[in-house]
Structures are given as structure tokens and as C-alpha cells.
Write a protein that binds this ligand. Structure first.
Ligand code: ADP
Length: 289
């Protein structure tokens, strides 16, 4: 992993301005770096500021205090905001709100048209983006006939067409059924394996277990961070923060409390199966009982 971050969030504080006298303070002195190629998950209870933070990553919101630097560009530089947005693309929660055209390929082309991409290049990028999300066969269809998961894949294609370095997903699977979620996760996993930087805001802990790093938010601050294994080892702290852990972590902690030899630091279901084998089945086989 390169040491130069793609995104630097430096001491950012932010408040929503309700009217002249009233504001809702949300982010408080948040600092965070996102490195090329990493898969970062942001978790936290409802209202902890995850979405507000993620909207700072491509300049949809700008800090009240502090700075967000994307590849050397400060997101306060309004005249360069299109450069920021083409490097860091964002997918939101509601599939319907992100569709702007009546034909899939026009929808994917929307961002490219805005930056005046030449026709031949545009065609190549649409081909590439639809292929990347497995939606080439739907190119000439009207998006409103698609499922939620397919619409989210089209939204991701629209971003990929801009050739970003980083994809930010703000609860992008939370409105989808399990099939749609599965498809989106498969696309994200593939993009990440090909080098795309991923930042995901999610409350699905099985998704978080796939990340390289997890940031936990509470009251507009980062209160815990580390690898999924490190973060999910703090089960009591996560409980205080009203956060879940993956099923595998819960099971591992319960069994560990009874049998110390059983590792508590498990986050994937397959690891639980392997640990059962290691601790119970194999020793029994070895002793011939
Ligand atoms: P999360 O994504 O963790 O649920 P959000 O960033 O959406 O948190 O919201 C953090 C806080 O900011 C919440 O108290 C929420 O009510 C408030 N908030 C979010 N959006 C707005 C807005 N547009 N205007 C005023 N308050 C907002």
C-alpha cells in the first residue's frame, strides 16, 4: 500500500445550518486518511455522522473547520470540484434517486457528457463500465424496469465511467433484498481486487468483515479503528455503541467463554467451521475416539 493517501480528512468539523441562528453540530475534529487500494468500512449508530463524513470525501459537503484534500486538491476549491468528483465517486442509498435518464446507456453517459467526453471515448467507457458491473445486456433497457440491485449496479457503472480511483458507497445495499446486496458486494469485491479504493458506510457487519480497515463513529467522532478482527474483538465497547458484530464473532466469543482453547478472534463463518475442526473434531480423530 502506498504511503500517499488519496483522501486526507484533516481536523474536520461540520454543522448543518438550519437557519440563521440554529445549527446542528455533527462532525467534531475528525481526521482520517484513505490510502490507494484499501477497503475501508465506516460504521456507527444512526446519527453518528457516517453519511455526513462520507459526503465530505468528494466535496458534496465542505467542512466548517479543517480541510479535505483529494489527491492534493482541497475540496473548498469550487472551480476544481469536478476533478475531485471524477476521482472519488459516490453511490447512495436509494437506487431510484440516482437514475437520471430513460435508457441505461444514457444514464451511464450522464457524467461523461457533463465533462464533454468525445463520442468514441464515451462509447468505450460505457462498454467498460457496464461490463464491469455485469449489466452490458441491459444497455438499451429503461432503468425503471430494473430491480433495485440492478439500478445500483447502473449507478456504480455511471461512476466507473468517470474512471475514479475511489468509490464511496453510502449504505448502498441497505434498500436491497439479499440478491441485490449479494450482486453489489460481488461487484465491489471484484473492483477492489482490481485495485479500486473502496469506502463503504454500512450496518451489515458481514460486509464490514471483508474490509481492510474499519472506522467506528459515535457523536461525530472516530472512537475506534483497526482491522475488522481488532475492532470486532471489542465486543463490549461495540455493544455500548449499540453496534452489532458478525455472527462468527459472537459465536466465537460465546464458545471461547466456555472453552478457552477456542479462539475468540474469528470474523468469518468459515473460520468458525475451521476452528471447530481444529479444537474438537481433529483431536477426537487423533485419539481414535
Ligand atoms: P449517520 O449516517 O451516521 O446516520 P448522518 O451523518 O446522516 O448520520 O447524520 C448525523 C446527524 O446530522 C443526525 O443527527 C442527523 O439528524 C443530522 N442531519 C443529517 N442531515 C441533516 C440535514 N440535511 N440537516 C440537518 N441535520 C441533518
Amino acid at each position: 500500500m502506498s504511503t500517499q493517501p488519496i483522501i486526507r480528512v484533516e481536523n474536520v468539523s461540520f454543522a448543518y445550518q438550519l437557519n440563521q441562528d440554529q445549527q446542528v453540530p455533527v462532525l467534531q475534529n475528525v481526521s482520517l486518511e484513505v490510502f490507494p487500494g484499501e477497503y475501508l468500512a465506516i460504521i456507527g449508530h444512526n446519527g453518528s455522522g457516517k453519511s455526513t463524513l462520507s459526503k465530505h470525501l468528494n466535496g458534496i459537503l465542505t467542512p466548517k473547520e479543517g480541510d479535505v484534500i483529494v489527491n492534493g486538491i482541497n475540496t473548498r476549491e469550487k472551480e476544481r470540484i469536478h476533478e475531485v468528483r471524477s476521482r472519488v465517486g459516490m453511490v447512495f442509498q436509494h437506487p431510484d434517486n440516482q437514475i437520471v435518464a430513460t435508457i441505461v446507456e444514457d444514464d451511464v453517459a450522464f457524467g461523461l457528457e457533463n465533462i464533454g467526453t468525445a463520442e468514441e471515448e464515451m462509447k468505450e467507457r460505457i462498454d467498460f463500465a457496464l461490463e464491469a458491473v455485469g449489466m452490458s445486456a441491459f444497455r438499451h433497457r429503461p432503468p425503471h424496469h430494473l430491480s433495485g440491485g440492478q439500478k445500483q449496479r447502473i449507478a456504480i457503472a455511471g461512476i466507473l465511467a468517470m474512471k475514479p480511483q475511489c468509490l464511496v458507497l453510502d449504505e448502498a445495499t441497505s434498500m436491497l433484498d439479499s440478491y441485490g446486496r449479494h450482486d453489489i458486494l460481488a461487484v465491489v469485491r471484484k473492483l477492489h481486487s482490481e485495485g479500486m479504493t473502496i469506502v463503504t458506510v454500512t450496518h451489515h457487519m458481514s460486509e464490514v468483515a471483508e474490509a481492510d480497515r474499519v472506522v467506528v463513529m459515535e457523536g461525530g467522532k472516530i472512537v475506534l479503528q483497526g482491522t475488522p478482527r481488532e475492532v470486532f474483538s471489542h465486543q463490549e465497547r461495540l455493544q455500548e455503541l449499540h453496534l452489532d458484530v458478525p455472527d462468527a464473532s459472537r459465536v466465537a466469543a460465546l464458545v471461547h467463554a466456555e472453552y478457552a482453547a477456542f479462539s475468540p478472534a474469528l470474523i468469518h463463518n468459515e473460520e468458525v467451521v475451521a476452528e471447530v475442526n481444529r479444537v474438537y473434531v481433529r483431536p477426537a480423530e487423533a485419539s481414535g475416539s
